[in-house]
Design a protein around this ligand. Structure first.
Ligand code: ZN
Length: 374
């Protein structure tokens, strides 16, 4: 695919320093799928992949939600087994690279991983059909480290309508939104401490989730529908409602969600950040790159190593460094790691299980002098 004819400007030093200092946390990547199906390790992905440890190094990417995506047709009859296979891939990679990659399941662990210079992995399920309408499976996956789930993929499942088969306005699905069972799933997720992800759901499901969810919601990888009228994107009133829960939208880099075209540019991505920031303010916007799930990437954002260009672009568009640092990671961190003010190094009562690292804040730890991420 041809790239932009104008060479991209180099990343200015100030932007690079901000990017390196910030905890950069992205809300959606399909790297587990790629590794499982193509049989490579997360240390160095083959050509055409978007995310690996080599390309995350040096503060380019510090934390990533790694998704177990269950394609409803390709894995019909074996949804839960597909989740298990992807979790097996995650376990194998976590075991293979303990000094560079770490699983984060409890408050404080993402910040600790950042200080230790490891990529923080948060596990997710994409497509609520992955639990096969069985809350015991939800608990099984939670026990293996899963901390967030999209209630649907594009398909509707037994208890929630997805955006792909609910009509252009998301109100023609089989259930009319979330069923009573779906309300039980949301409640069970929140009871387990999981973040409810509303990317991919139908409009009706979104509205029903708002009515029953008690915790901040995540839309891990969506864009602004005011700029690109696509069912995967969120209307401005949805963005405001999401923000009112304390939630976060991760802006997707998928060209087809950004613009009505097969290709897009870094500026198109920045347009969606600008819009979301204008609608909901600095506390509710994040990265949702969809790397390793993108059939094509915006010119200038070809893989995670390009993320400093996004930082430079946000600064160039006039967003203050404090806002950029929130967008890069602090906002998403709030959903998974709690309030940055609680980051004293002494874990709270909820986070003192076996293996808790109580020495992480000792001076001398790389990055220990980073400013707070609030
Ligand atoms: Zn998706």
């Amino acid at each position: 695919m041809p790239t932009t004819s104008t060479p991209l400007a180099p990343v200015p030093d100030a932007a690079r320093r901000l990017h390196e200092r910030a905890l950069v946390f992205d809300a959606h990547a399909d790297t587990l799928t790629e590794m499982t199906d193509r049989g490579y390790g997360i240390d160095a992905g083959p050509a055409g992949t978007h995310l690996d440890l080599a390309r995350c190094a040096g503060g380019t990417l510090d934390a990533q939600i790694l998704t177990c995506f269950v394609h409803p047709a390709d894995h019909a009859g074996g949804y839960a087994d597909r989740v298990r296979a992807l979790l097996d891939t995650a376990d194998a990679q976590l075991s293979a690279w303990p000094e560079r990659l770490t699983l984060c399941t409890r408050p404080g662990e993402i910040r600790r991983a950042h200080r230790a210079g490891k990529l923080a992995a948060v596990l997710a399920i994409e497509g609520g059909h992955g639990i096969e309408n069985d809350l015991d499976l939800l608990r099984e996956f939670h026990a293996r480290g899963v901390r967030t789930m999209t209630l649907t993929w594009n398909n509707s499942n037994e208890w929630a309508d997805g955006c792909g088969d609910s009509g252009p306005q998301g109100d023609e699905g089989p259930h009319g939104g979330l069923t009573a069972r779906g309300c039980e799933v949301v409640a069970a997720m929140e009871e387990l401490g999981m973040v409810v992800d509303v990317s991919h759901v139908a409009r009706t499901t979104f509205d029903d989730v708002l009515a029953v969810a008690r915790r901040p919601l995540l839309a891990s990888h969506s864009c602004a529908r005011a700029l690109r009228d696509h069912p995967r994107n969120l209307h401005d009133d949805q963005l405001r409602a999401l923000a009112a829960t304390g939630g976060v939208i991760g802006v997707n880099f998928f060209p087809w969600f950004l613009v009505d075209a097969k290709t897009a540019s870094l500026d198109d991505v920045l347009d969606h950040f600008d819009h979301c920031l204008a609608v909901v303010g600095s506390e509710h916007v994040a990265l949702g790159g969809d790397y390793d799930g993108l059939p094509s990437t915006p010119a200038g954002l070809e893989d995670v190593s390009c993320l400093p260009r996004l930082t430079a672009g946000l600064l160039r568009r006039g967003h203050p460094p404090s806002t950029v640092e929130k967008v890069l990671g602090a906002n998403l961190l709030r959903l998974f790691d709690g309030d940055a003010d609680a980051d004293t190094g002494a874990d709270t009562g909820a986070d003192t299980g076996a293996g808790a690292d109580t020495s992480a804040d000792a001076s001398g730890v790389p990055g220990a002098n980073r400013p707070g991420v609030a």
